[in-house]
Design a binder for this molecule. Structure first.
Ligand SMILES: [Zn+2]
Length: 420
């Protein structure tokens, strides 16, 4: 209830000093993980998704490592590379991991999960694999990478070559992520100390957990293979009362949304309803404390039903494109008609140079101007977003770290969240 927001510029005097601070203050370098806690670092390279987890016993996991290679983008459409373009994103992510791994630079990644096979989720693997040892890789395609949607082409060749090199050098094991089970990603060091920790696999390859045992159901119609985004891996991570959802680029609104300012989408034919993956996932996920928005908070996601069931206290979008978290998505996230109560919204990338002009061009002034205002009024809109859950899972804080250089300094801290 009593969330204390500390921000760098101007507001320091407004914070309550009488309350005991459990969080670190603005300006300090964020400390490493402490035993029993859970850290989730949403690392911002401007190139897509990468989330580094340190579990209570020091087991580590990375979900995705994006690098948008050669896809052509309109000018100002994409966020700039961060901290800068002197290293590829997979290398920045590796250096971040080496800083916050409980074992430091020598630490290996126990699990790397690739939500699905798009560059903004897997493109950084070759550079990552050069710097960090990986024990287990979980993806949706192993062993043959054919079903239900084949993974082929240049991107696939880079991916397989990097995995092959890791396997040869470090004995990495690759597994197919299995929806419905809760024992595929587990604590590897001291599991008996933390029985309140669990990862429930929710979805992969269009299959969704039913909530009963390990049973799954294929969401797609028999005559249609789900597309790459709909094949995304989803999971719910639990520490005591704390719950976190991650679902790659899963769609929730088939075909995006109709808007007069989006003629491309308007022109599309009506889409079958089964392409909505969020709604059937909602009931088996239940309420969460922190929601990582699907598809970077894209236009085809975050439907009202999904939000009304998950009711996130904190939402995070790992954005990299101008129209990620578009007006309709932000309106739903802010709407107390969809679900009541306070909520905070974070994005990894805010108003880069040229984004305003791009948004006006995209949506028209009437829609874009209030939207730009709303985007600037979210809780925090630029940096690495770190969720630090206290041992036991009852409380957590959200840190925003400087992403303009490798300072790992705290730009803002939002403290005092109580898990539900
Ligand atoms: Zn993506």
């Amino acid at each position: 209830m009593n969330i204390r927001h500390f921000v760098l510029l101007g507001l320091l005097g407004a914070t309550s000093i009488s309350q005991p601070a459990i969080a670190q203050p603005v300006g300090e370098v964020l400390a490493r993980h402490s035993a029993g806690g859970l850290d989730i670092h949403h690392i911002n390279t401007g190139e897509g998704s990468a989330a580094f987890f340190v579990f209570p016993d020091g087991t580590t996991m990375l979900i995705d490592c994006g690098h948008l290679l050669d896809a052509p983008r309109p000018p100002k459409y994409k966020s700039p590379p961060l901290p800068d373009d002197s290293r590829p994103p997979g290398e920045w992510v590796s250096r971040y991991i080496q800083k916050y791994h409980p074992k430091g630079e020598e630490g290996s990644l126990d699990y790397v999960v690739f939500s699905h096979f798009h560059g903004d989720h897997i493109g950084g693997l070759p550079e990552l694999a050069k710097q960090v040892k990986i024990r287990h890789v979980l993806d949706r395609g192993w062993p043959d990478y054919q079903k239900p949607t084949p993974f082929t082409g240049e991107e696939a060749e880079r991916y397989h070559a990097a995995l092959k090199a890791q396997t040869a050098e470090h004995g990495t094991q690759v597994h197919r992520f299995k929806a419905g089970v809760d024992d595929q990603i587990v604590l590897l060091n001291e599991p008996s100390l933390y029985p309140e920790f669990k990862i429930q696999n929710l979805a992969a390859n269009g299959e969704i957990w039913t909530g009963s045992g390990t049973e799954v159901r294929q969401r797609s119609a028999a005559h249609e293979a789900p597309n790459e985004n709909a094949c995304s891996i989803a999971m719910r991570l639990t520490l005591g009362r704390f719950d976190y959802f991650s679902g790659g680029d899963l769609p929730g609104i088939p075909g995006g949304e109709i808007s007069n300012n989006m003629p491309l989408i308007k022109a599309r034919a009506k889409q079958p309803e089964w392409r909505d993956m969020e709604s059937p996932l909602a009931w088996v996920t239940g309420p969460v404390d922190v929601l990582l928005l699907n598809h970077h908070g894209g236009t085809d996601t975050t439907n009202a039903f999904f939000l009304s069931v998950l009711q996130p206290r904190v939402s995070i979008a790992q954005t990299w494109a101008s129209r990620q978290m578009p007006p309709q998505v932000l309106e739903r996230l802010r709407s107390e008609i969809i679900y009541p109560g306070p909520r905070d919204i974070f994005t990894t990338n805010g108003m880069w140079d040229g984004r305003k002009e791009h948004l006006i061009q995209e949506f028209g002034e009437e829609t874009a101007l209030p939207h730009i205002q709303n985007l600037q009024n979210i809780t925090a809109s630029q940096g690495h977003i770190v969720i630090r859950v206290a041992p036991g899972g009852d409380r957590y804080a959200v840190y925003v770290l400087d992403d303009s250089e490798e300072s790992f300094r705290i730009r803002a801290v939002h403290d005092g969240y109580e898990s539900r």
